[in-house]
Design a protein around this ligand. Structure first.
Ligand SMILES: [Zn+2]
Length: 435
């Protein structure tokens, strides 16, 4: 059932037929209103390049959150801040026993960020509740619009809400100059009672995040909507390459055990492996350090990073094993030693709920919007929410695939399309599409 149909039913049941028939065109998602609010939000933490530096817990973040609170209240939502500092706007449903449907994103940015990452999802979520209100629609489930705390600093708010925030993380220094603990307090949370922010599996009917793609697939393909299959897993290693440091002037070329050359070959090989396998896996060497690091010394030791991302943990392993095999060959050829030290799993792959993908795709279809099913190469609060609720993500195009940059841009019409899909998705779930 589309929103129009729901609206028709609501009107038909609540009003005499003649009035319902005489209704002017029903309220719709407003691209102009969304664009105005994105613009207003960009005033908090404006940077000289035209984007924002609204890092979590900064004065700009706190002011931006106040703006969001005002929008939420004006939309008729009951606003609260949970103990993790997550901003939540509640709209009561008609059947109080039902679990709430939650949707939203975040408004904090990276330093030197843009005006759309996260913001579109929060502004879009508020827009949905306003369209419902303007059309006099009360959903069966309560609705909760969320703006998560400190997404860019490690998904702080959504981790606290789902799997729980590790105590040690509270002492991390955030970009604002406050520790995470101090920051949570500064935005109205209570780091000593974080457990109260936890939501148990089953407590929410669903979670949906509208977000900009931050890549170029939709923009290049002229596609309206991305139906996110899941958020990729991210694994990190330190690659330690041991050679022999020696005099760069007196050691002939044929007597060198140059760790840098092994590293260079391996970096090229990593790129070749990730490129040659079918699929969307990515592998990156993002950091490299040669020791002792002098122009006149053959590098005896090199430490470089390796990052592999994919939607499937098996694929990550497959890429890594191919890299290991290449490293063994290179080590042998260059008389060096190469070992891989895992430095952590930044995140495990988080597939979205299959039913949610179908619902989002059907919503796009019903609105005559083109869509593509795709992975998210970037991390999102939605990945944490998969632990406790059927989760779906809706992507809208990022112009030229640019993100985490002041040049980030999504057109008002694309934002509105995303909000319309979000609205239809919420209504479909409310009508039992997940049952
Ligand atoms: Zn984001």
């Amino acid at each position: 059932m589309s929103f129009r149909t729901v609206l028709a039913l609501v009107c038909a049941s609540a009003l005499p037929a003649s009035i319902a028939a005489a209704e002017s065109p029903s309220a719709d998602v407003s691209a102009a209103r969304m664009a105005e609010r994105i613009e207003a939000l960009s005033g908090f933490g404006t940077n000289p390049e035209g984007g924002v530096s609204r890092v979590a817990f900064s004065e700009a973040d706190i002011a931006g959150r106040e703006y969001i609170k005002t929008l939420m209240r004006d939309a008729g939502l009951e606003v609260r801040v949970d103990t993790a500092g997550n901003l939540i706007g509640h709209r009561e449903g008609s059947e109080p026993g039902l679990p709430a449907i939650m949707f939203g994103s975040h408004i904090d940015s990276v330093p030197g960020g843009g005006n759309y990452d996260g913001d579109v999802g929060v502004i879009g979520a508020i827009e949905v509740t306003e369209v419902l209100r303007d059309n006099g629609v009360v959903t069966r489930h309560s609705l909760e619009v969320v703006s998560f705390t400190d997404e860019e600093g490690g998904l702080v708010g959504s981790v606290a809400m789902t799997t729980g925030l590790d105590d040690s993380h509270l002492d991390d220094m955030s970009h604002s100059g406050l520790t995470v603990r101090e920051g949570i307090r500064a935005v109205g949370g209570d780091p000593d009672r974080l457990a109260e922010a936890r939501r148990e599996p089953g407590e929410l009917a669903a979670f949906i995040e509208l977000h900009i793609e931050q890549g170029a697939i939709l923009d290049e393909g002229d596609i309206d909507i991305g139906v996110v299959e899941g958020i990729v897993g991210i694994h990190w290693w330190d690659v330690v390459i041991e050679g022999f440091a020696n005099h760069a002037g007196t050691t002939p070329m044929n007597r060198r055990r140059d760790a840098m050359l092994s590293a260079a070959e391996l970096a090229l090989e990593i790129n070749r492996i990730a490129t040659s396998m079918p699929g969307r896996q990515v592998a990156t060497v993002g950091r490299i350090r040669a020791e002792p690091g002098a122009p006149n010394v053959i590098p005896g030791r090199v430490v470089m990073s390796l990052e592999i991302r994919d939607l499937s943990a098996g694929k990550i392993t497959q890429v890594f094993e191919a890299v290991e095999a290449a490293a063994a060959r290179i080590a042998e050829e260059r008389d060096t030693q190469i070992r891989f030290e895992p430095t952590g799993v930044a995140s495990v792959p988080a597939p979205t709920d299959k039913r949610m993908r179908r619902i989002i795709a059907a919503a796009a279809d019903g609105l005559d919007l083109s869509y593509q099913v795709m992975p998210s190469g970037a991390g999102h609060d939605a990945q944490d929410m998969t632990h406790i609720a059927p989760t779906g993500m809706i992507f809208v195009p990022s112009k030229d695939g640019i993100s985490h940059s002041p040049k980030e841009f999504t057109s008002p019409e694309d934002m509105a399309n995303g909000a319309r899909v979000l609205l239809e998705t919420v209504l479909a779930i409310d009508e039992g599409a997940l049952d």
